[in-house]
Design a protein around this ligand. Structure first.
Ligand SMILES: Cc1cc2nc3c(=O)[nH]c(=O)nc-3n(C[C@H](O)[C@H](O)[C@H](O)COP(=O)(O)OP(=O)(O)OC[C@H]3O[C@@H](n4cnc5c(N)ncnc54)[C@H](O)[C@@H]3O)c2cc1C
Length: 473
């Protein structure tokens, strides 16, 4: 029998399940259709498992230099089975938490593959959802007033570098490794590639990164890329930039060999495994878009600022619409979409205020625009920079590489961008985000008293440095 809903959400990842909770809070009768597991990529194949592995790698790397802290450890080794077990336990716990939240919100969860149907006996408009149930039961038919498509994304690869799960991996397979390889080539030096490079290197794996652009993490501020490059090299990671990988040269024989066009010619690289991390492609296929007027451009669903597609009662959020493919972006887009469905007149999402983080060791975080971008936009900029080397807490931690950089407009004093590299900066960026939301000036950041000793003092000092007034430099 067909069920009627105010809202049906296709996909129960971070975007979908958060949207469902907000909808339930607003009194909308809501259902989620999920073909895999609630929590989606972020919980099962992304943010959480990768951060759990990064943390184990960090503990190992710290234990190996226990002597620096006066702690005698003896020989330290990795039990990778235990590392994976710990990761899986964290995922299980959080998965149960999301399931509980669905029950608490009285959100119906349909475990199966959802597809949007065209106009039918159930509805004159496209949007009825047919669910092919995972347990083999007859298809369920859901008749919603509104739909949110939150079907997410999957790893992209390059033609010729097909994922085989053995020699050639995407992050999905890498997260399930049963043993660490002795060496790895990572194709792509963006956010995910650099997190893997840092983690595997801290675990003792020999890592080579091949990046097409002329610098790693090319979307970050140039000075951040440069510092990251220095620190990754210091770890022993081999970084090859301006490298055009030639997939047709891939040889799999007791390991992998692949060539790349690099400065000065073509060079061959060899390792036990190869990880492809060249971005993610949206899951737009097989969900019934052909039964609608919904537009797809460059592989992503097109929406307006409230996330409505060409069919105004069908919304789309998260990785499937492209842009910043981040969990906190997906969930906030979901909240805006639901508020709009409920008629609450939400403010459109300002993507310039989204914090972006890289959880490598050292970490990177940023909000707003880079120095180059600010200049391109015609701003006369003033820049304040402060190194963690002069921050007591960083020395106490034994992690004093990196800096905080604040870019402000010379005339208006507006903060245009804040960029950090160093210890725990992913936990520090929200202060900068809040400052930008509140339209604060560097002076206001500096006069927010930063307790001593904390790593956040670097933000206060960088804010003072914008006008040449840093105390400890
Ligand atoms: C290795 C890695 C690390 C990452 N680390 C971070 C990080 O640290 N921080 C961060 O912010 N972001 C991180 N991300 C990105 C983050 O995971 C995504 O931005 C986020 O998961 C997007 O959420 P979403 O809801 O749009 O899609 P997803 O989380 O991909 O969820 C989509 C869901 O839809 C389901 N689905 C698809 N089609 C159908 C269908 N037809 N019927 C029913 N169900 C369907 C899928 O099974 C899936 O569960 C990482 C990604 C990766 C790969």
């Amino acid at each position: 029998m067909a069920q009627e809903y105010d809202l049906v959400i296709l996909g129960g990842g971070t975007g979908g399940y958060v949207a469902a909770i907000r909808a339930s809070q607003l009194g909308l009768k809501t259902a989620i259709v999920e073909k895999g597991k609630l929590g989606g990529t972020c919980l099962h194949n992304g943010c959480i498992p990768s951060k759990a592995l990064l943390r184990s790698a960090e503990v190992f790397a710290t234990a190996k230099r226990g002597e620096d802290f006066g702690v005698v450890t003896g020989e330290v080794s990795v039990n990778f089975g235990k590392v994976q077990e710990r990761k899986n336990k964290i995922i299980d716990q959080l998965h149960k938490g999301v399931q509980h939240l669905m029950k608490q919100g009285k959100i119906d969860v349909y475990e199966g593959l959802g597809r949007i149907l065209g106009p039918s006996i159930f509805s004159p408009m496209p949007g009825t959802i047919s669910v092919e149930m995972n347990n083999g039961d007859d298809n369920e038919m859901l008749i919603p007033k509104n739909v949110i498509i939150a079907t997410g994304s999957r790893p992209r690869t390059l033609p010729g570098l097909e994922i085989d799960g053995d020699y050639v991996l995407s992050s999905d397979e890498a997260l399930q490794l049963e043993a660490l390889p002795s060496s790895i080539i990572i194709v792509g030096g963006g956010v995910i590639g650099i997190e893997w490079a840092s983690m595997l290197s801290d675990f003792g794996v020999e890592v080579t990164v091949l990046e097409y652009a002329d610098r790693i993490i090319p979307t970050e501020d140039k000075e951040i890329s440069k510092e990251m490059q220095r620190l990754m090299k210091k770890k022993g990671i081999k970084l090859v930039t301006s490298a055009k990988v030639l997939p047709e040269t891939l040889v799999k024989d007791n390991g992998v060999a692949i060539s790349a066009e690099v400065k000065g010619g073509v060079k061959e690289f060899k390792a036990e495994k190869l990880l492809v991390s060249v971005g993610r492609q949206a899951n737009t296929e097989g969900i019934g878009l052909n039964n609608t007027e919904i537009q797809v451009e460059k592989g992503f669903i097109v929406t307006n600022k409230f996330f409505q597609t060409k069919e105004s009662h069908i919304y789309a959020i998260g990785d499937v619409i492209g842009g910043l493919q981040l969990a906190h972006v997906a969930s906030h887009e979901g909240i805006v979409a639901v508020e709009h469905i409920a008629g609450n007149d939400p403010s459109p999402f300002d993507y310039n205020l989204v914090s972006r983080c890289i959880y490598s060791n050292p970490e990177v975080s940023s909000v707003g625009i880079t120095e180059d971008h600010a200049k391109e936009k015609g701003h006369k900029v003033k820049v304040g920079k402060f190194s963690f080397r002069a921050i007591g807490k960083a020395l106490v931690f034994g992690e004093s590489d990196g800096f905080v950089k604040i870019i402000a407009d010379e005339e208006t004093n507006d903060i245009l961008g804040v960029h950090m590299i160093g210890p725990h900066v992913t936990d520090m960026i929200t202060e900068a985000g809040l400052a930008m939301v509140l339209d604060a000036t560097p002076w206001e950041i500096a006069h927010t008293i930063h307790p001593h000793p904390t790593l956040s003092e670097a933000i206060g000092e960088a804010a003072l440095a914008v006008d040449g007034k840093a105390i400890h430099s």
